[in-house]
Design a protein. Structure first.
Lengths: 172, 213
């Protein structure tokens, strides 16, 4: 035991330990870092561009859902006007309640959701509603939504007024 | 005056001994890399067909893809479910012998709920149907709250109640914040990869699964 307490042993030994602790298996070795993977190319290629003097909602689609369950609508708001706007809410007959929500990282490795009761839409901007982010949520669907169906919902803007959107139902 | 290399260190003896022991322990964990295994979970759950199953025992022998969801989640969980669906399609395309759902090396594609209070087998059956995933090799699992909690704790899926309210009709409405995960397990229920469930491309996960076949 005395030998281990000499500098002959200790200095190189602890240097080795410090280097070797790098080979301790960590969670991340089995964790495929999502940043390294390309982001899910799930949304149809958005060809949305801002058209001058136009306020357009396009690229809309709605996820499949069961009757009584939840679903979500995704789209792009293209505000080509020089005026800011605000999305105040959304309505639809396809669900008992329709709200504007946002998925976000709540911390501690968890994703959560929060309602956005008035969402600023800046002048000359594109606002994307997509998976993992902003979405219009349909709570308690009044009917099952299957691939190939069509859904109508209305977005309520402070300045642009009511914009009614017709969207196809898709799996992804 | 030079210090000879055999000059003793002046450390309290028990402390020094502890350091040596810790160092040896650290070294030993470098020699064998432990793989996280879920084989011993042996938890009784129910699938969306109403059948009692034991997880992961009933699914051993082939790799498993497991996504963690709850059916009242409109955004992330639907994407996880759709991703698992797409992984199955891609793996089947790459391995034509898997076209037969009863093929010997058919992987299991499992969606497990962390909201067993609302996600009954009947609810999961409706959910599965809306994604065209009600047939083999898909399995939507639920169970009693203790069983589900055991699995989620072991598999490091965290949940937290958010947005807890009562609807106009007196129904409790709540949402859950939750980990965003898909796991790839091998045929012995050992962890191969842990993915961000909604953030990882199905193509990559399908390739990893094919490599396990």
């Amino acid at each position: 035991m005395k030998f281990f307490l000499t500098k002959t042993f200790f200095a190189p030994f602890f240097s080795a330990v410090v280097l070797l602790t790098a080979c301790q298996p960590s969670d991340s070795e089995m964790n495929k870092n999502p940043e390294m993977a390309p982001s899910t190319p799930d949304v149809v290629e958005s060809t949305a561009t801002i058209t001058d003097d136009a306020f357009v909602v396009d690229g809309a689609w709605v996820r499949v859902g069961m009757q009584g369950g939840m679903s979500a609508a995704y789209f792009t708001i293209s505000n080509g006007l020089d005026q800011d706007d605000v999305l105040l809410g959304a309505t639809s007959s396809v669900a008992q309640a329709t709200e504007v929500h946002e998925t976000y990282d709540v911390g501690e490795g968890m994703m959560g959701m929060r309602e956005r009761e008035s969402l600023p839409i800046a002048a000359n901007s594109l606002t994307e509603f997509k998976q993992g982010g902003l979405h219009v949520m349909f709570l308690r669907l009044t009917e099952e939504l299957s691939e190939g169906d069509e859904v109508q919902f209305t977005l309520q803007f402070e300045n642009a007024g009511n914009v009614t959107v017709t969207a196809p139902v898709r799996m992804r | 005056m030079t210090t000879t290399s055999t000059t003793p260190l002046t450390l309290p003896r028990p402390f020094a001994q502890l350091l040596v022991i810790l160092a040896l322990f650290t070294l030993s964990s470098c020699i064998s890399e432990p793989t996280e295994s879920f084989r011993d979970l042996s938890v009784t759950l129910t699938d969306h067909r109403g059948q009692t199953v034991t997880f992961p025992d009933d699914y051993l022998g082939s790799p498993m893809i497991i996504g963690y969801v709850y059916t009242n989640c409109p955004d992330i969980c639907s994407l996880i479910t759709a991703n698992v669906n797409q992984i199955e399609g891609l793996v089947r395309e790459a391995n034509p012998d898997l076209t037969n759902p009863s093929a010997a090396n058919q992987p299991s594609y499992i969606l497990m709920t962390f909201d067993p209070a609302r996600d009954t087998p009947e609810q999961l059956a409706k959910y599965a149907t809306s994604f065209n995933m009600s047939e083999e090799p898909f399995h939507f699992l639920t169970g009693d709250s203790t069983a589900i909690q055991t699995v989620m704790e072991r598999m490091r899926v965290r949940t937290s109640v958010s947005y807890d309210t009562v609807s106009a009709s007196g129904q409790r409405v709540y949402f859950l914040s939750h980990s965003d995960k898909i796991y790839l397990l091998d045929e012995d229920a050992s962890l191969v990869y842990e993915y961000g469930g909604s953030m990882t491309t199905p193509t990559m996960m399908a390739n990893d699964l094919s490599n396990e076949l």
